[in-house]
Design a protein around this ligand. Structure first.
Ligand code: UDP
Length: 331
């Protein structure tokens, strides 16, 4: 069986849903300590074996890996807020690096040698050229990006020393929700742009804060590459197949290859919702590069992967979810 860490989280739960649809006979193990995930995100299928556990607990993870005879780990569990990582680096090094190494130790003990890892475009830092391909220098300018880069480096070392096969997927900006309306994005506190804009459209927030309009971009606001969470999910399915057929390690960018500024996103949300969305300009957020856009040619070529959703569809699915969230608060 395959095991997902962070299975009750945003991207993990969308991956699980996609996986179970793609392999109708399969079952899957989801490990989550529910520090950020939602048990409700796992109630969609009885084919999910949920283990509420912390990946940092090596002994417990050894038991789980053995109990289900795990072949491949898909490792989503992490803290993922750029802003928070700047304010509380200890939390990020502890949870994203040390707990991951504890998980790796459990894998080593059990002889599990296949892993798909959620990395990030934040490992690149300020672009020296754009769009970013996988060869772009990695000089993260925030702690979140540093912790993901360190884990990529650990994976490379484990692969060389112990014959692990891994695929590290550098996500650009995950957004949107599953069309079923059963699962979607729900962070607490929410810091991501699209949910914040849509919650403002719903009147739950007074205005969207635009973090800086003095960047060297056409409209002065930051440019990001938004990718639908289900497009990320299908890339993980392709990555599992890839690493089973290609031992060693490989890294892929996952982005739509289209850049959208903060103002572009707000305007798309205005069109989709038909609502007025007030904005306020505030200072730049520490740790934000001006521009992050993917060159995803490698994933297209080697994984045979393409995106299905554009920004408008991302916002449409997110809007459907924001109006009817299935797990609005609590766990
Ligand atoms: N952003 C913003 N206002 C917000 C939240 C985010 O202007 O309330 C900007 C942020 O500076 C970045 C982009 O929106 O340029 C995407 O931020 P998000 O936190 O969604 O994702 P990140 O790029 O940090 O992974």
């Amino acid at each position: 069986m395959d095991l997902v860490t962070g299975g009750a989280g945003y991207i993990g739960s969308h991956f699980i849903k996609t996986y179970l649809n793609r392999f109708p006979e399969s079952e899957i193990v989801a490990v989550d300590n529910l520090s950020q995930g939602h048990a409700g995100a796992l109630s969609m299928s009885s084919r999910i074996h949920f283990e509420q556990e912390d990946i940092g607990n090596t002994e417990a993870m050894v038991e789980i890996l053995r109990k289900y005879e795990i072949k491949t780990v898909i490792h989503f569990a992490a803290n993922c807020y750029v802003g928070e990582s700047q304010e509380n680096p200890a939390k990020y090094f502890q949870n994203n690096c040390i707990h991951t190494l504890n998980l790796f130790k459990a894998m080593q003990i059990c002889g599990v040698k296949q892993i798909v890892f959620s990395s990030t475009c934040a490992t690149y830092g300020n672009p020296v050229y754009s769009p970013l391909d996988e060869q772009h220098p990695q000089n993260p300018i925030n702690v979140y990006g540093s912790t993901k880069l360190m884990t990529e480096q650990a994976l490379r070392a484990y692969s060389l020393a112990q014959g692990w096969s891994y695929v590290a997927l550098r996500y650009f900006n995950a957004a949107g929700a599953d069309e079923s309306g059963l699962i979607g994005e729900r962070h607490d506190p929410e810091t991501h742009l699209i949910p914040l804009i849509l919650q403002t459209a719903l009147g739950k927030r007074k205005a969207v804060q635009i973090y800086g309009n003095d960047y060297d971009t056409p409209d002065g606001t930051c440019i990001r590459d938004y990718i639908h969470v289900n497009d990320l999910a299908t890339a993980h399915i392709a990555a599992i197949k890839y690493l089973r057929e290609n031992p060693g390690g490989e890294i892929f960018n996952l982005g739509s290859t289209r850049g959208s500024s903060v103002l572009d996103v707000i305007n798309t949300c205005r069109k989709v919702t038909g609502r007025d969305i007030p904005v306020e300009y505030s200072a730049r957020r520490p740790g934000d590069p001006p521009l992050l856009v993917a060159n995803a040619e490698k994933a297209q070529r080697l994984l045979g992967w393409t995106t299905r959703y554009d920004l408008r569809q991302i916002v449409e699915t997110a809007w459907q979810w924001e109006q009817h969230p299935q797990f609005p608060s609590g766990r």
